[in-house]
Design a protein around this ligand. Structure first.
Ligand SMILES: [Zn+2]
Length: 326
């Protein structure tokens, strides 16, 4: 590289930037297809977000941006070209994901082209405010269905890339309008510092309660085992009607056996890391005569529960069932 003169060095750098834009566009395109096929489930991850962070090694905020862009791309394929030629940055596309619709996309693209992150954020904020004002004028209140994002509720970003991440973070909360109004009301009464303290206290209390609950569950399972071992054998009434009900001791035994974590293991041995919102899944489905026993039950995350159901009943059928119950 030392043999390059200044002009050549800058020319090479520009070429690299062009290639970088192209790679980002390709990556967004591929990510969108992985998302459509839900391949992360088969590979042992509960969500595309978990896959991006754990398997691809992205930071939470980097993963969030790429996934948001991939979802914008899936509805607006022209984003591929705009990213590739540098008309739009990844950050801009991720920001646009919050407000983009078929009727405003052309206008949005032209407004954010070549703009800085702050400028794009202010354009997006305008579009977010517009429907709020419109809604206030309307007398009838409509229920708004918020599309669940796979990104976490909180996205963390260190304030400066040069600072060690443990020193300072800014926290972005994805809130609905109602939740935001609640936070603003709290801020009007308390200072921002007090609101932060209250949130942190709640988080500490929840963690402590969760730990206490786990200890209690473990004790209960041990006690039940002792009682069961000392009891005489009772014949089970096989004529009883099958039920979806899962007795508490069965639930506890499954939770302990599966370590309170999704039990799915991918063909290459990756175990799903999800520990939140777990569900009990019948290995032999209940609809096919599967019983609610410890052996036939397993803890799974929502994504893997659905994957198992799709494997048995077919994706189309499960989509119809979900659509009917929505
Ligand atoms: Zn899982």
């Amino acid at each position: 590289m030392k043999e390059l003169n200044d002009k050549e060095l800058i020319a090479e750098l520009k070429k690299l930037k062009g290639r970088e834009n192209q790679i980002v566009a390709e990556l967004v395109k591929y990510l969108s297809e992985v998302d459509r096929r839900k391949l992360y489930l088969e590979l042992g991850y509960p969500s595309l977000f978990a896959y991006c962070c754990k398997a691809l090694g992205y930071s939470e905020s980097a993963a969030y941006r790429r996934i948001a862009a991939a979802r914008v791309y899936s509805d607006n394929p022209e984003v591929y070209h705009k990213l590739g030629c540098g008309e739009l940055t990844l950050c801009a596309v991720a920001e646009l994901s919050k407000v983009i619709k078929p009727e405003n996309k052309e206008e949005l693209f032209s407004k954010v082209e070549g703009k800085s992150k702050q400028e794009v954020q202010s354009v997006v904020a305008e579009y977010r405010r517009a429907p709020e004002i419109k809604n206030k004028r309307q007398e009838s209140v409509k229920v708004r269905h918020v599309k669940q994002s796979e990104a976490p509720l909180l996205s963390l970003e260190s304030k400066s890339a040069e600072q060690p991440p443990s020193k300072s973070y800014s926290v972005t909360l994805e809130l609905s309008e109602e939740e935001m109004a609640l936070v603003q009301e709290a801020q009007a009464i308390l200072s921002t510092r007090k609101v932060k303290e209250t949130l942190l206290k709640s988080a500490k209390r929840i963690i402590q309660q969760h730990k206490n609950l786990q200890v209690k569950r473990e004790r209960r399972v041990v006690n039940k085992k002792i009682v069961k071992e000392s009891m005489p054998l009772v014949e089970v009434d096989q004529s009883k009607k099958p039920s979806r009900y899962i007795p508490a001791d069965v639930r506890h035994a499954v939770e302990i056996r599966d370590n309170g974590r999704c039990s799915y293991v991918s063909p290459d041995g990756t175990r799903c890391c999800e520990t939140r919102n777990l569900e009990f899944d019948h290995r032999v489905p209940f609809a096919l005569g599967g019983q609610s026993t410890v052996e036939n039950l397993r803890l799974v995350c929502r994504g893997h529960n659905r994957m198992y159901a799709e494997n048995v009943f077919g994706r189309e059928w499960i989509e119809q069932v979900v659509a009917r119950s929505a």
